[in-house]
Design a protein around this ligand. Sequence first.
Ligand code: ADP
Ligand code: MG
Length: 246
Amino acid sequence: MTPTPAAAPRSDRVPPASAPPPAIELRRVTRRFSGKRDVVALDDVSLAIPRGEIAAVIGPSGSGKSTLLNLVGGLDRATAGDVVVDGAPYAGLSDDDLTRVRRDKIGFIFQFFNLLPTLSCLENVGLPLHLRGWPRRKVDDRASELLSLVQLGHRLTHLPEELSGGERQRVAIARALSIYPPILLADEPTGNLDTRTGEEILALVRDLHQRLGSTVVIVTHDMTVADSCERTIALRDGRIVEDRRR
Ligand code: ADP
Ligand code: MG
């Protein structure tokens, strides 16, 4: 009688090489605003955005889009649940640590540009690098390189008020990209621009997304914008009501 061979190694039991964590993860996140009126701006939302994805967040006004983006950007804290960026949960971080994560990993583009009015384009774009302690010369080099990238190489010393809306938003994009952020968050970046300028801004964001490979989340109420993204997440009353990839 032949001896029973030892059980063959069950290679199918070997766990797969661990996949990288999603760039952004929301784990049952709730954000409640308490005041005269109690508002649940985000209601038990779970979501994962893999690295390199470009996703649109849509939904009616008041549905929680900015709340979601602010939580991911570390500008606000969840009431319950946790935001996890590159596998690191925010909940355990001190405010200082959260500020550091934001400074190192996240570029933010706002609807109203949020440029500092007394600083030139070059200084606005260089500010995040300056805050990281870069020497002046290096800051200026990177800032002027980025302004050229957004076709504003000829506006280095202009003040924001001397620029058109589209140009201001391009400065804001250059500023958001100054640190080459792995994550780029944009809250209605075209909401204040005419259609054509809005399209140019988006083309720019997409181009930079492809070149830098950043993970991008764009809040928009514009369906043309949303349709141009590989994924659309729809919110209503603080909940995800639709999530589809094309
Ligand atoms: P959206 O960006 O989709 O228009 P928001 O995320 O800004 O919506 O807001 C979602 C809900 O939370 C709204 O009802 C809004 O009034 C409320 N909200 C947002 N921020 C605050 C705040 N700081 N204090 C109280 N309520 C807020
Ligand atoms: Mg909003």
